[in-house]
Ligand binder design. Structure first.
Ligand SMILES: C[S@@+](CC[C@H](N)C(=O)[O-])C[C@H]1O[C@@H](n2cnc3c(N)ncnc32)[C@H](O)[C@@H]1O
Length: 194
């Protein structure tokens, strides 16, 4: 197990550790399948969501004018930029890795949405996400569990869309499966409405 996949500030014997290591291994498989780097300054590696899955996540969230979309652990900014570009809504990415923040801001400028696509270099577990009406998440189960109190405090009607790992204890209103182009991984989207 690569050391960067072990959640920060957690000992191997902590809650759900076996489950987390299994899911972390799944993440690594996805990463290998895509042949992409997994560098990160955070407790979850950077594995990008494929464009077709990004589009479907935003469709399921039924993004409309006036929505504010937050992507928790925004990576290279693809979900935030897609939301801003396709739906013209304000979107915010929370990302702990400064290099990824720079990349996302640069992409937002190139795509002409820098005025409505904002990126904050922050630990998402400490961030204020309370203004969100749509939250997208591609993080590991233990991280989603730690984020749960913030998710449960969101305004009624807020949509939460998770890629591959849902929120423990929540029942999705809808679940969809997407075969990966590489056929080595099937993406799952979990859609929840608060
Ligand atoms: C699996 S990637 C998802 C990237 C993007 N949301 C997507 O779907 O393409 C997870 C991202 O979360 C970031 N991350 C990890 N821990 C974090 C934390 N505590 N706060 C904010 N971002 C974090 C990583 O650096 C990485 O970019």
């Amino acid at each position: 197990m690569n050391h960067y996949l072990r959640p920060r500030n957690s000992k191997p014997e902590t809650r759900n550790s076996t489950f987390s290591y299994v899911t972390a291994a799944l993440f690594v498989s996805a990463l290998w399948a895509c042949n992409l780097p997994g560098y990160t300054a955070g407790e979850v590696p950077f594995v990008p969501t494929p464009p077709e899955v990004v589009n479907r996540m935003l469709e399921l969230a039924d993004v409309k004018p006036g929505d504010v979309v937050y992507d928790v652990g925004s990576g290279d900014g693809r979900i935030v930029i897609a939301a801003a570009k396709k739906y013209g809504v304000r979107a915010v990415g929370i990302e702990i890795d400064g290099d990824l923040i720079d990349k996302a801001r640069s992409r937002a400028r190139t795509e002409g949405v820098a005025d409505i696509a904002e990126f904050r270099e922050q630990d998402a577990l400490a961030a204020d996400i309370s203004e969100a009406t749509v939250v997208t998440i591609y993080m590991l189960p233990e991280f989603n569990y730690k984020l749960k109190p913030k998710l449960e405090a969101l305004k009624p009607g807020t949509r939460v869309v998770c890629h591959d790992f849902g929120v423990e204890g929540w029942t999705p209103a809808r679940t969809e499966k997407f075969p990966d182009r590489t056929i080595l991984h099937t993406h799952t989207i979990y859609f929840y409405k608060r």
